[in-house]
Design a protein around this ligand. Sequence first.
Ligand code: ZN
Length: 402
Amino acid sequence: MINRRQWLYGVGVMAGAVAQPGSAFGQDNQEPQKTPHPSLDLSDFEPRSMLQVHESRVERAAFPVIDFHTHITTSARSEHGVELASERKYLGTPEELLAVMDRKNIRAMVNLTGGYEGGLGEVINKYDRAFPERFYTFTEPCYERWKEHKYPELQAQAIEQAHLRGARGLKILKTLGLYLRENITSGQLVRVDDPRFDPMWDACGQFNMPVAIHVSDPVAFFTPTDRFNERYEELNNHPDWSFYGGDFPSNTEILEARNRVLARHPKTNFVVLHVGNFGENLANVAENLDRFPNMTVDIAARIGELGRQPRTARKFFDRYQDRILFGTDATPHGDGFPQQIFNDKLYEIYYRFLETDDEYFDYAPAKTPPQGRWRIYGIHLPETILRKVYFENAARQLRVKA
Ligand SMILES: [Zn+2]
């Protein structure tokens, strides 16, 4: 018998011996003396995993999909993070989108950033009406009019107008809470639970329009961009994504303000995007889902978070299987953001995460993991949950037939 201590001692001797050229332990004495390597810039570091495990390729989703979170159009003009135009910039033609959708088993895409007024009407005509049941468009608040003293009623009326034009819901960008200010682009930040938006939230409930709400951001964006920041490279590439310092509220303050909105408007359905805007803390998301029956979440641009905690994520999907929507944040030609670029590869990664038990794979089609240097693990959902997450839960929100 050899005890643990003796065994460790033996290993120590071996390791020491191997490290010395010319020792008696089988070194062939050909290797030159090792010199320390020069330091390597993090941006040049591209380690190749030597792990050999099964790799699945999931070219089509097992069941039809509604991608609840995409951006096919955006505002033609914005200043300091505030969208200020009804006119839209078109990021992809219906034809090029439909080709990918058909290959990937995507029944419909929800274009969240459809804008308002005439620009919104144009988007709905070009996509939703031209290709029924393939595209659904959401409206957005008109912040241009924010300073008008009748804004609360005007914005509530705008929701009704958008509903009549065919908009399926309302989208809130992180503009609210992080960019919109009293004088639109200057002055004090407007809080997420500012009562001037109350009529707008109520109107959404009245017209059965879900509110797809993105407030806050990954929690690392609220901490210094330094060597301890797990998203250092991402923040280095996009310094304007940092909300550390200045007059920015904390992540916690923003989420608390959002919770007050959910509590105040129980008849309005809120789809809290990006895993309830706190994918790093599924216990917190679960607590809020339990508190607010009018809350649903999507998984857009957060499989990096879900997939690095696959056991917790799997339990989360089991428990909230009726309240999780498939979404990607896909943006046609969004080359600066590989985690949300609209292409075949992106969807294959999402499907692989949801459908397989593959281990340790990239969460985005990129050379370097764009949201942090880690990899993910599949959660192998059963058929019943896949059907709900891919399609049925979104169909209920959109009031479309399954
Ligand atoms: Zn988005």
